[in-house]
Design a protein around this ligand. Structure first.
Ligand code: PEP
Length: 266
C-alpha cells in the first residue's frame, strides 16, 4: 500500500505571527528543488500557535503546504473562555488538527473522553484528525506499551469506522513516545518499528484493508541527524516534528530526508 508521506510541524507555544511569516519566507526557497511535489507526492503541514494562523496561511499561499491547528474545542461555539472552535479554524484554512498530544493530556488534563469528543467533531467535518498516542517511560518499562496503545487507539478507530469518512482521509496517527518528546531522547529505529507495526495491526483490525491507508507518523526529538534511521522504517509514513521544526533549515532537511526515504521505498 502506497501512502503519501506527511511531515507536520508542531510549533507549540513558539513563533509570533511575524516570526511565522519570516519562517515561511525562509522555508520556501529551501523546498524549491521539489516544490512541484508538495501537496501531491509529499504532504507538509505546519501547526503554529493560533495567533499566527492567519499570517502564516497567507505567507504559505501557493506553496502546497497546509495549515494545521494544535488544538480545537469539541463544541461549535458558546461560553468557553479561551477556547477555539473548528469553524474558526476552517475559516482560516486549517486542514488538520492535532488531538491527544501528550502535553494536552499531561499539562491540561485532557482525558480519553475529551479526545473522543474532539475526534467526533473533526469526523463530522472535512478536517483531518492527527491523533497523538504514545506511552510514558513508566508504561514502557512496565511492559504496558500494547495496553496503552489499545486504550488510546481502539475506541477512536471504532469511531472512524462508524463515520462516513474514508479512514485514510479522516485520520492520521502520530506515535509519540512521551519520554522522547522534547527530551532529546529519541526512540531507536527498532522500538519505533515495533510500535508502528502494532499501531498498523490495530488499524487493520478495526478498519479492515482501509486501515492500510491511514498514515502513521513518528514524533519525539526527531532531528536531521536521526531522521533517516527512523523514517526508513516500514510503517513510518512521515513525522510530527516539534523543536526541530522551528528552524527552516532543520525542518527542510527533515522534509528532504522524508522524501528520499519514501521514494527509495517505492
Ligand atoms: C511534539 O511535540 O509533537 C514533538 C514531537 O516534539 P519534539 O520534536 O520537540 O520532541
Amino acid at each position: 500500500m502506497k501512502r503519501v508521506p506527511l511531515v507536520v510541524a508542531n510549533w507549540k507555544m513558539n513563533h509570533t505571527a511575524r516570526a511565522a511569516a519570516e519562517f515561511a519566507a525562509g522555508l520556501r526557497p529551501l523546498l524549491a528543488p521539489f516544490a512541484g511535489e508538495i501537496g501531491t507526492r509529499l504532504e507538509l503541514a505546519i501547526a503554529p500557535a493560533f495567533p499566527a494562523l492567519d499570517r502564516l496561511g497567507k505567507a504559505l499561499a501557493g506553496s502546497g503546504i497546509t495549515l494545521a491547528a494544535q488544538n480545537v474545542h469539541e463544541d461549535e461555539s458558546g461560553a468557553f473562555t479561551g477556547e477555539v472552535s473548528l469553524p474558526m479554524l476552517t475559516d482560516l484554512g486549517c486542514r488538520s488538527v492535532l488531538i491527544g498530544h501528550s502535553e494536552r493530556r499531561q499539562l491540561f488534563g485532557e482525558g480519553d473522553d475529551r479526545i473522543l469528543a474532539k475526534l467526533e467533531r473533526l469526523l463530522a467535518s472535512e478536517v483531518v484528525a492527527i491523533l497523538c498516542v504514545g506511552e510514558t517511560l513508566a508504561e514502557r518499562e512496565g511492559g504496558r506499551l500494547e495496553s496503552v496503545l489499545a486504550r488510546q487507539l481502539d475506541e477512536p478507530i471504532r469511531r472512524v469506522a462508524a463515520s462516513a469518512r474514508p479512514p485514510g482521509q479522516a485520520l492520521v496517527v502520530a506515535y509519540e513516545p512521551v519520554w522522547a518528546i522534547g527530551t532529546g531522547r529519541v526512540a531507536t529505529p527498532d522500538l519505533a518499528r515495533a510500535a508502528h507495526a502494532e499501531i498498523r495491526r490495530r488499524l487493520v483490525a478495526g478498519l479492515g484493508p482501509e486501515g492500510e491507508r491511514v498514515r502513521i507518523l513518528y514524533g519525539g526529538s526527531l532531528k536531521p541527524a536521526n531522521a533517516r534511521s527512523l523514517l526508513e522504517q516500514p510503517d513510518v509514513d512521515g513525522a510530527l516534528v516539534g523543536g526541530a521544526s522551528l528552524d527552516p533549515v532543520d525542518f527542510s532537511s527533515i522534509v528532504s530526508i522524508c522524501r528520499e526515504t519514501q521514494l527509495e521505498r517505492s
